[in-house]
Design a binder for this molecule. Structure first.
Ligand SMILES: Nc1ncnc2c1ncn2[C@@H]1O[C@H](COP(=O)(O)OP(=O)(O)O)[C@@H](O)[C@H]1O
Ligand SMILES: Cc1cn([C@H]2C[C@H](O)[C@@H](COP(=O)(O)O)O2)c(=O)[nH]c1=O
Length: 220
């Protein structure tokens, strides 16, 4: 049976990479997919990963109707075995409903990828609806790390190097510094305290704050 799967995580945890891998593995076996995205950093109609891979995609902007698009495409003789929707946090609740109809009415697998919460720790509308509707929600296994070494669970926005908690929900940008408006992934504790790596005075992962317990030796 076709399914709606939501692959969720923070920024920079490998969601787009996984989307491209799913696309690669399926197309290597002769399956045909339609790839959608919205507001990718690489520009309109692109799905890009920080590992350097990029592919063309259909830009699903505000007025885009996934179900109508698929019906039109299939009616014209097109084939679609699966659908990939990256940056799904930016979709409206209605567009996620359309994706669910693609699964249920057209029998096509839909794999959606997105960050769950914004820089204020609030759910994005698309992610909220995906959590409500998806057959399965998978949190990515390659976790991004906070500067303290803990798993990063939240996305911080920085303006001029300082973490902010007010502003527009959508501002396309990247992690890694060097931009006026940027992002940094943090654990909840440091997100709550607005303690980015720069504010804490550390440039990168800090060895002193990693768990101090030694890993016990296994008897051989
Ligand atoms: N130079 C690199 N070498 C190895 N892995 C890298 C490198 N740069 C980025 N990555 C990996 O790529 C991940 C980000 O992938 P990406 O698909 O762009 O993330 P997302 O879509 O979740 O924002 C990082 O978490 C890291 O694992
Ligand atoms: C937290 C947050 C992020 N965004 C933007 C920034 C990026 O363009 C994307 C996330 O892309 P990624 O591939 O997952 O790194 O979302 C935003 O607009 N608002 C936010 O609060």
């Amino acid at each position: 049976m076709a399914e709606l799967a939501f692959f969720a995580g923070t920024m920079d945890c490998g969601k787009s990479t996984l989307a491209l891998q799913i696309q690669h593995n399926r197309s290597a076996r002769g399956l045909l997919g339609l790839i959608f995205t919205r507001n990718d950093r690489a520009g309109e109609g692109r799905l890009s990963s920080r590992l350097g891979l990029v592919t063309d995609a259909i830009e699903a902007d505000e007025g885009f109707d996934f179900h109508a698009h698929l019906v039109k495409y299939l009616t014209a003789g097109g084939r679609a075995d699966y659908v990939i929707a990256d940056e799904a946090q930016f979709l409206s609740a209605e567009q996620v409903d359309q994706l669910a109809r693609v699964v249920d009415d057209l029998g096509i697998d839909v794999f959606a990828f997105g960050i769950t919460t914004d820089f204020r720790t609030r759910l994005f509308p698309g992610s909220q609806r995906l959590i409500e509707l998806a057959d399965r929600v998978e949190v990515l296994q390659v976790e991004a790390l906070c500067w303290c070494g803990a798993r990063a669970t939240h996305n911080a926005r920085t303006v001029g190097g300082r973490m902010v908690v007010e502003g527009a929900q959508v501002v396309v940008g990247d992690v890694g510094g060097g931009q006026e408006i940027g992002y940094e992934v943090l654990c909840r504790r440091h997100h709550r305290r607005r303690l980015t790596a720069a504010a804490a005075g550390v440039g990168q992962l800090s060895p002193e704050v990693l768990p101090a317990d030694p890993i016990p030796h296994q008897a051989t």
